[in-house]
Design a protein. Structure first.
Lengths: 290, 334, 245
């Protein structure tokens, strides 16, 4: 019984982490109509940068949360620069943009290898959250529950941003109808840079938050990117609710799959994605066809 | 200028013949086994790139999952050989299994085009990678499957680097010839048409889906051959060969060489293999270089090296002839 | 037996009705002109007839055969050819290749992966003949990207004629052409023999009017007036449609 409970909590935690990762991916895909193949790389870079900040790179040993935020900001800048310098040159050529993100992901992966070496780096759980919570006979790591809370907070914050702010309105307009948005006076290319930066930053933040659970290692980008892809296809591009629900579903499939049918784990993970793409290309919640 | 078109065609033919002769001469002129092996690698990846190019260059469908099909052929072959089958049976089985997988791939991914196609093929490639990695009872997981021998077609053993190179060269030349025939055929022209104006082709009476399906099968055939060559070359197969990076490298080969050209795949394969093996001996970070080259080509020379080189050569030729006639005119005036 | 019969054809996108119970009957050899203001649903009607768009209700018959649910490409094989308002040709290829593709679409050769296309003399000859009909045989080897707009319009027509259609649908064949070019195309269309039935959408009344036997006026997806040239021109509803209420 405890085994299932623990698995469930882990699934929800992983789902929360996936949400932080995929929300940005979904926004970028919905707005710019491209799957950002550097998204896994951004996740990984955020984690690496966070660990460096944690260990006192700035001469000061930082609090875990501060390190996560600063790392996220750095990754956001990286993302915005990439959009501004590379993707914008290929405006309108989605295929070329996807290929550029592919090439950049190679570059980032190698730079990380250069900078942090080939050994996995474990990230210490932040001190106040390294304890456990006891519910009956079950013991849950406090940090995992914290991750769930963070994911929920971000989900609400993002929702508020999209529904209540001007930026959010512009993003929603851009997702619905980019040409119309331009006609109405929205600076779509500026919006692209902002959203790309935001998405990258979120991924970087997620990377650091996930550090204590997944640690950081070369290849983390390759592990996380397909998951973001699956979540967004399942949940629908450009849909926040879709990313949230999709993340939870994939969190469960991933963890339960690994536990029960390890040999077919990947198969079970990607099958829903393939089915959705084949049967209902707009995903469970998305309104627009890919 | 008597007949520039005829002149260009015969220059191309002579150059082509010279290139083939040069390729045949490699194992006899190059001393170091290491470089002969590099050449074999280039050729087998050139076959892979030729296969991917059928889809990317001629059908206009970018696949990010082709390493999966490569891997199916490779694993099927390795599995059969490890189970004790003879080479002929193992190769035939590998081809049949891999073509079946290709048909499945095609049926699922041809429901979409454009970005959706990329995503479906990416997902399918990941599924195959995941199966290779996790279905340990069949694939041996991360440990991979080792193969202990190479075939001896017509009684000629392929164990030496030189003989294997010749066999690989023959397969590449056959693949190249098959591609050339296909591209120049009515079906090839129809395929190119579906790339440029799919709606129009439909209205003109073509069965667009079916044309793409057969192109996919042809692509799968070439990819399978490459996978088979790979296993005999490395004597080993592991899940790494099906990873997303492998598919991405294949794409890099096609695009850097020039998608939709016949020689592009070989040029692209040479570029990637050389960077990976030879350059990496001098420069630490070859993945970074690959990525950087990829980005540079997509941004600055999207048509790839072959058409880009053709374009630059034509421009230089035009500039030269302009200078010549300007000089002649100036000379005439005096 | 009529060449083309459309019965109560309807199509709507959400609340937008682009075709409302359209009835059309075109006799073999007839020259039918479809007119109407922008947005009247003329091109949509063509898309429904060729099968590029599926109707919500109604039926379409080609020489007595029900083609309502039939795939677009099959209708082409039954003798239906069409040109487009917006030119959708193959820009990287020569004019001759463009026409060859149109010919190949109807030939079983299109599935052949072994023979060389440019060695098929009969296809090349047929393409040449089609280009000659439209006066473009001199520049058959030119790449489409290097031709003028007027020349491209004629390539479109050559491609459609090359298919030896029984029913030819022309979507604004004069659009964007100069006065001289219009006369050339007009002569070309007038010369098409009566074993080809022509349905034409056109805005330019001066050029198109005397090509037409009967005229159908569409507005907001509905047939407003139909009849001979004289009948339609005299009908007060025609003026209403064009000048507004």
């Amino acid at each position: 019984m405890t085994f299932w409970l623990l698995l469930t909590v882990n699934s929800v935690t992983f789902g929360g982490l996936l949400f932080l990762l995929s929300a940005g991916f979904s926004l970028i895909f919905g707005l710019m109509r491209i799957p950002n193949l550097t998204h896994g790389s951004m996740f990984m870079v955020g984690a690496y940068l966070g660990t460096t900040l944690l260990s006192g790179a700035l001469g000061v040993t930082l609090n875990f949360w501060l390190a996560a935020v600063i790392a996220a900001l750095e990754v956001a800048v990286l993302g915005a620069l990439m959009e501004r310098l590379l993707l914008r040159r290929l405006a309108g050529q989605q295929l070329a943009q996807v290929l550029v993100t592919l090439g950049v992901s190679f570059m980032i992966a190698d730079l990380c290898l250069m900078g942090w070496g080939g050994d996995p780096i474990s990230v210490a759980t932040p001190p106040h959250f390294s304890g456990f919570v006891r519910v009956g006979s079950a013991v849950f790591p406090l940090y995992r529950l914290a991750v769930i809370m963070i994911a929920v907070i971000f989900a609400v914050a993002l929702w508020l941003m999209l529904e209540r702010t001007r930026l959010g309105a512009m993003i929603r307009a851009g997702v619905d109808d980019p040409q119309m948005a331009r006609v109405v006076g929205i600076r779509v290319s500026q919006l692209f840079t902002i959203v790309f930066g935001l998405g990258a930053g979120l991924a970087g933040f997620a990377g650091m938050i996930g550090g204590p659970i997944l640690s950081v290692y070369p290849g983390l980008d390759q592990d996380m990117l397909p998951l973001a892809l699956v979540v967004v296809i399942l949940g629908g591009t450009g849909s926040l609710i879709g990313s949230f629900v999709g993340s939870i579903i994939i969190g469960f499939i991933y963890n339960f799959g690994q536990a029960l049918l390890p040999e077919l784990a990947y198969f079970i993970l990607f099958l829903p994605m393939v089915l959705v793409l084949v049967l209902r290309p707009q995903g469970l919640f998305g309104g627009q066809i890919l | 200028m008597s007949n520039p078109v005829a002149a260009a065609v015969s220059v191309k033919r002579v150059a082509g013949a010279l290139a083939v002769l040069a390729l045949i001469a490699v194992p006899y002129t190059v001393k170091e086994v290491y470089y002969v092996n590099i050449a074999s690698q280039i050729l087998l990846y050139a076959v892979f790139a030729l296969g991917l190019n059928v889809l990317v260059g001629y059908a206009g469908l970018v696949s990010l999952g082709h390493a999966g099909l490569f891997g199916v052929a490779a694993y099927a072959l390795a599995y059969m050989l490890a189970a004790g089958a003879g080479h002929a049976i193992a190769i035939v089985t590998a081809l049949v299994v891999s073509l079946a997988a290709t048909a499945g791939f095609a049926a699922l991914s041809l429901r979409a085009t454009g970005i959706s196609f990329i995503m479906i093929t990416l997902a399918l490639g990941e599924i195959l990678w995941g199966l290779a990695y996790r279905w340990i009872s069949i694939t041996n997981g991360d440990n991979g499957i080792s193969v202990t021998s190479r075939p001896a077609p017509f009684g000629l053993p392929l164990d030496s680097a030189r003989s294997f190179y010749v066999a690989t060269l023959i397969v590449y030349l056959i693949a190249l010839a098959a591609s050339a025939i296909f591209v120049r055929s009515p079906l090839g022209a129809a395929l190119a048409g579906t790339r440029d104006q799919p709606r129009r082709m439909n209205a003109l009476g073509y069965h667009v889906w079916m044309i793409r399906f057969w192109a996919f099968m042809f692509s799968g055939l070439l990819t399978s051959l490459a996978g088979i060559l790979f296993v005999y070359y490395t004597q080993f197969i592991s899940p790494q060969a099906l990873a997303l990076t492998a598919s991405a490298e294949g794409l890099l080969m096609v695009i850097s060489g020039g998608a939709g050209t016949l020689l592009g795949p070989a040029i692209g394969a040479a570029l990637v293999v050389i960077v990976k093996n030879v350059v990496s001996a001098y420069v630490e970070r070859w993945n970074f270089m690959l990525g950087a080259i990829f980005v540079a080509i997509v941004v600055f020379m999207p048509e790839g090296l072959v058409p880009g080189a053709v374009r630059l050569t034509r421009a230089a030729w035009r500039a030269a002839t302009r200078q010549k006639s300007a000089a002649a005119a100036a000379g005439g005036k005096q | 037996m009529s060449a083309l019969v459309v019965r109560a054809l309807s199509k709507s996108f959400g609340g937008l009705h682009v075709a409302r119970r359209i009835d059309l009957r075109v006799e073999p050899g007839e020259r039918r002109l479809i007119i109407g203001p922008n947005g009247a649903g003329k091109t949509t009607l063509f898309n429904l007839i060729t099968g590029e768009l599926a109707p919500d209700s109604g039926s379409i018959e080609l020489f007595g055969r029900d083609i309502t649910g039939m795939a677009s490409r099959k209708r082409t094989h039954l003798g239906m050819a069409r040109t487009y308002q917006i030119i959708t040709l193959f820009p990287h290829d020569t004019i001759a290749h463009n026409v060859t593709l149109a010919l190949l679409g109807l030939s079983p050769l299109r599935w052949n992966p072994l023979i060389a296309l440019n060695r098929q003399r009969h296809l090349a000859a047929a393409a040449g003949a089609a280009l000659e009909r439209v006066g473009l045989d001199q520049i058959a080897g030119r790449r489409l990207a290097q031709t003028s707009y007027g020349e491209r319009r004629r390539v479109e027509i050559a491609m459609a004629l090359a298919q030896n259609p029984k029913v030819l649908l022309l979507d604004e064949p004069f659009a964007g052409l100069s006065i001289d070019e219009r006369q050339d195309v007009r002569k070309l269309l007038a010369a098409i023999p009566r074993d080809v039935t022509i349905v034409m959408i056109e805005h330019d009344m001066d050029t198109a009017l005397d090509l037409a036997d009967r005229i159908t006026l569409l507005h907001f997806g509905e047939v407003i007036v139909e009849g001979t040239r004289a009948e339609v021109v005299a009908d007060p509803r025609t003026r209403e449609v064009y000048l507004g209420e």
